[in-house]
Unconditional design. Sequence first.
Length: 119
Amino acid sequence: QVQLVESGGGSVQPGGSLTLSCAASGSDFSIYRMAWYRQRPGTQREWVAEVSGGGTANTDGSANYAESVKGRFSISRDNAKNTVYLQMNNLKPEDTAVYYCTRPTGNIWGRGTQVTVSS
């Protein structure tokens, strides 16, 4: 059974940076599209970014981003490590949320990691 485990969350001041990681168990990681979602306080879970599958080891797939994070966040993957990353720069208080990693195929989700942006 595939499991996703997020890490890298924490507290940061506005303008700061964090990198989230999502480690996946199981095989065939490289063939699957992977995505990050977030759930801000009092709101529904929302899509943040995704990276396509089908790449070779250490090859990034094509990426897409929500407008709210475009130009600030970067998603990447390391297929040799079964890991997907979310580099978050110029963080804003409205980025405060629980961030979830997901493999849409099979509707597999991690438990999430908290990101808090506050001065």
